[in-house]
Design a protein around this ligand. Structure first.
Ligand code: PMP
Length: 404
């Protein structure tokens, strides 16, 4: 393997400045890479103007940089074209956009299929849609170790289904969803498919053409890009079929006192001034990421996850949430130690310079399924190394001594 986590770390100014930090909360947010920071700063210091409004040279430069970011995002996703990329505020905003725009065409009794493993951002917008339109939510069940149970697909996704909205990978268990059968079942009944890609994008480029879905949502900050920006990818024809969600400047064809016509996608869905510098930063991050040695990097993070799982196994009173085997699984490891509250464990770990998250991870239905209130979650990125895992294990041993 010719991948060096130490060298990769140098691309992340915060980590380069904090040698003592063991940052293992990557599922919550990745650190920002230098490519993103530099591109966003270059925009603000050299070509800042509003986009798609001005005719002077500076405004044209801003337009070019913004549209270039759209192309960079399209390339990361293997989208058919940059017009399939809508910049949003993040995964949550992307899913809400679809819940409103697509939801507009749904009627009482139409069904939306989710899974029990969804993040609240792929749950609550659909519950709100249920309030507005009377749609029925159907849930794909889970296997005992927390994978989406595809053996029950046929009874959940029926001809009444209009949309299946499922996560690409769980932010709690790291389990990667077997999307192909879900997409095929949805296609068979003419339903659309939305994939929540918030976690998956951090672990390499995505191929939306191969996935065969209609919508793909993700956040820039999980992909080592800026906060405040994200993407909704939509298949050309699927986006064109949607009415706008937010109204305002930039999304119109023509406005008269009587009525408004709308711009084609993606502008139809980008009302108001978009997060320009952030989108440009995200484009640069994705462009940089696309060129990285992902096979080696994923082998590296899987090895670290295995080191963690092996180290945890010897702790007394430990329970895992999710599959132990690392097949079809991201390097996200959630667990509980009997008698120790996740927040207390995190506090002890902080003394070891270890940043991990404890709580329900915005996945309370999944926590209910596991019968727990919360869990400690360590989520690994390519810049992590053995020392990060060992500090976490040492801190946990101390937590067991102190808190049990
Ligand atoms: N879905 C999943 C699977 C996530 O992990 C997250 C972030 N934790 C989100 C959606 C929401 O992302 P954001 O808060 O960036 O909108």
């Amino acid at each position: 393997m010719n991948f060096s986590p130490a060298k990769w770390r140098r691309h992340f100014p915060l980590l380069a400045a904090h040698h003592e930090l063991h940052y293992l909360d990557n599922a919550a947010t990745g650190q920002t890479c230098a490519a993103a920071l530099n591109a966003a700063t270059a925009f603000d210091t050299q070509s800042r103007a509003n986009v798609l409004r001005g005719t002077y040279r500076l405004a044209e430069q801003a337009d070019a940089a913004y549209e270039n970011a759209r192309r960079q995002a399209a390339a990361y996703l293997n989208a058919a074209g940059s017009e399939e990329v809508v910049f949003t505020a993040g995964t949550t905003a992307s899913i809400n956009l679809v819940a409103h725009a697509f939801g507009e065409g749904l009627h009482a009794g139409d069904e939306v299929v989710l899974s029990l493993a969804e993040h609240h951002s792929n749950f609550v917008p659909w519950q709100m849609l249920r309030e507005r339109r009377g749609v029925v939510l159907r849930l794909l069940p889970l296997t005992a170790d927390g994978r989406i149970d595809l053996s029950r697909l046929g009874e959940t996704l029926t001809p009444r289904c209009k949309l299946a909205a499922v996560t690409h990978a769980s932010n709690v268990t790291g389990a990667v969803t077997g999307l192909a059968p879900i997409v095929a079942a949805a296609r068979a009944v003419g339903a659309r498919v939305l994939i929540d890609g918030a976690q998956a994008v951090q672990h390499g480029p995505v191929d939306v053409a191969a996935l065969g879905a209609d919508f793909y949502a993700f956040s820039g900050h999980k992909a080592f890009g800026p906060t405040g920006v994200g993407v909704l990818w939509g298949r050309g024809e699927a986006l064109a079929a949607l009415p706008p969600f937010l109204g305002g400047g930039g999304m119109i064809g023509r406005v008269t006192v009587e009525e408004t016509t709308y711009a084609p996608p993606p502008r139809r869905f980008e009302a108001g001034t978009p997060p320009i510098a952030q989108a440009i930063g995200l484009g640069a991050a994705l462009d940089w990421l696309r060129a990285q040695p992902w096979a080696d990097m994923n082998a590296h993070t899987a090895r670290l996850a295995q080191r963690l799982i092996d180290g945890l196994a010897v702790l007394r009173g430990l329970t895992f949430l999710g599959p132990r085997d690392l097949k079809e699984r991201l390097p996200i490891v959630s667990f509980n130690l009997e008698g120790i509250h996740p927040h207390d464990a995190c506090q002890v770990l902080d003394e070891y310079g270890v940043a991990v998250r404890g709580g329900h991870h915005c996945a309370q239905p999944l926590m209910d399924f596991f019968g727990v209130q919360g869990a400690v979650r360590a989520s690994i990125a390519p810049y992590n190394d053995d020392a990060d895992i060992d500090a976490l294990l040492a801190g946990l041993q101390d937590a067991v001594r102190k808190l049990k």
